[in-house]
Design a protein around this ligand. Sequence first.
Ligand SMILES: N[C@@H](CCC(=O)N[C@@H](CS)C(=O)NCC(=O)O)C(=O)O
Length: 206
Amino acid sequence: MIKLYGLRMSNYYSLTKALLIEKGLEFEEVKAPPTQKPDNVARTPMGKMPSIEVDGQYMSESLAIAQYLETLVPSPSLWPADPFQAGKVMELICHMKLNVELVARRCLPEALFGMTVSDETKDSTRTDLARGMQAVEQIIVCDPFAAGDTFTLADFYAFYCFGPASGIAAKMFDQDLLEGHDKIKALMAKVAEHPSIARVEAEKAA
Ligand SMILES: N[C@@H](CCC(=O)N[C@@H](CS)C(=O)NCC(=O)O)C(=O)O
């Protein structure tokens, strides 16, 4: 059985758990906070969460795990069959992950953990977040799903990138990150009801 390491509070842990559910796989959740301790670093080279264990072998990085799960269980497919459209799904994921979520994350120590980040970091985060949202807005479809007419991995990343990024923007800048991005707001509401994601969120709250 696949073991999923990490904590339920993590967006990428939650995303990976939703994918395991989506693919109908049996898995066991193992509580493992992010640390630089050797056992954790053996599973995940940067000490981050999530990671999985399959037959005594480890894998980190949610996108790598998603790729593995897709190959392991091709149906229901989370990728368009058309090669170009599949590339567009990955393009959208990259922009949401790198230019929105990862940018907002710079302020996570203050937003979530009561630490202080510098004014310089706050300023650059605000500017770069606006630019990242502009980039995503240019390519996201949301008609009806993130990358077009089928439900794909991009919908999982949309939910688990915009969710935390919006939380951080609200806390740090008193800003609604999705203001002016009505189609993304509507997408978030729709994807929240998708059964695998709804289950993950319900179990997180329990
Ligand atoms: N690119 C990684 C990001 C993983 C990541 O940032 N994990 C966060 C929790 S959501 C973490 O472990 N943070 C703790 C740390 O950076 O030490 C992925 O997609 O899995």
